[in-house]
Design a protein around this ligand. Structure first.
Ligand code: AMP
Ligand code: MG
Length: 336
């Protein structure tokens, strides 16, 4: 049985937090909200507890987890050799959606790092997450709380849909505010490398550390094994249109409608009246796409769409993180 407890994010109830912390202590699994997406937490220092995360998600063992901490002192339990550059980023962006890859301490459960000599760490900016980590008094390993390959959960209902019966508890703090996962930045080389774009942008990182690179080569991506897998996928196939016009979108949707049930997600709604067609209209802004994208993909699945046409946005600033997720969700990309 999975217990769902409603918690006010502005004033997390101490008793609910204590109950959740007790589960973490016993090696159990608790899903909790962060400012990005819901995380599936276990004691990062317990190998047995961390293995349960992989089992519950069906996550490949070679895809490492992010460790969540509630204060700067906790970082020293899991990571070594924190550079001045890393400290500057911590001062500027923690708590927040920036994950730093650092040299790992041997006390961290081995499977957290999936065999790598590094550990990924962040301090989430959500009062429920911070209260839980504080009460558990241990770093908490927490990947997104979805079944592996599915869109990340941005509400407790999404977590329940994927993981009911597989985890002990969900702390329901309402919808997450950013909606896409953190930026992952490798700090172990000479120059910081963005392994996964996120809400903290390349420009924001460069403003603190100067030079920053984007992982491009396959060799670099091997360092963030999670980026190799198909991700964020609804059951329907996803067709991404990177630079759409109304005319192109209407032609595409009408063509698919000859044989399929079609969902549209985007900011230029096709004028189509057909019972096999559904449209979810977003604002042409990274924030609205990020906040609503994963829920929109799940909704389209529930509505029975066999193909989902998604309209892209500008690939710059926060939009780069949104476009990264859209490209990973898509089985086909059209650039026109
Ligand atoms: P998730 O928490 O489900 O969003 O996935 C965590 C992401 O962080 C995946 O893309 C992982 O590959 C990446 N990650 C976690 N630990 C490391 C690490 N030690 N080195 C590089 N990437 C990591
Ligand atoms: Mg994930």
């Amino acid at each position: 049985m999975t217990q769902v407890i409603q918690v006010d994010p502005d004033q997390p109830d101490a008793q609910a937090i204590a109950q959740a912390a007790a589960i973490i202590h016993k090696g159990g699994l608790v899903a909790f909200p962060t400012e990005t997406v819901y995380g599936l937490g276990a004691d990062a220092m317990s190998e047995q507890a961390v293995r349960r995360i992989f089992a519950a998600k069906g996550r490949p063992a070679d895809n490492p987890l992010i460790v969540h901490i509630s204060n700067r002192a906790m970082l020293d339990l899991v990571a070594a050799d924190v550079s001045d550059q890393a400290e500057a980023l911590i001062d500027r962006y923690w708590p927040g959606p920036l994950t730093l890859v650092l040299k790992r301490k041997p006390e961290v459960a081995a499977s957290v790092s999936a065999g790598l000599p590094t550990v990924a760490v962040r301090m989430p900016n959500n009062p429920i997450a911070l209260a839980l980590i504080r009460a558990a008094a241990t770093p908490i390993a927490a990947p997104s709380a979805n079944r592996s390959g599915r869109p990340s959960p941005t509400s407790a209902a999404h977590v329940l849909a994927d993981l009911a019966g597989r985890i002990e508890m969900i702390l329901d703090g309402g919808a997450t505010n950013i909606g896409i996962e953190s930026t992952v930045l490798d700090m172990t080389g000479r120059v910081p490398v963005i392994l996964r774009p996120g809400w903290i942008t390349e420009e924001q990182i460069a403003a603190v550390v100067g030079a920053v690179e984007r992982a491009a080569s396959l060799q670099e991506l091997q360092r963030s094994p999670g980026t190799r897998y198909r991700h964020y996928s609804p059951r329907a196939r996803v067709v991404l249109v990177e630079q759409a016009t109304l005319d192109l979108l209407e032609r595409m949707c009408n063509e698919y409608l000859k044989s399929e049930t079609v969902g549209f997600i985007g900011h230029t709604p096709p004028a189509i009246d057909d019972e096999k067609f559904r449209a979810l209209i977003l604002r042409n802004e990274p924030a609205d796409y990020a906040a609503r994208l994963y829920a929109a993909l799940r909704e389209m699945d529930e509505g029975g769409a066999s193909v989902i046409v998604i309209e892209g946005i500008a690939d710059a600033g926060e939009g780069a993180a949104v476009m990264d997720r859209l490209r990973r969700a898509a089985s086909e990309t059209i650039r026109d």
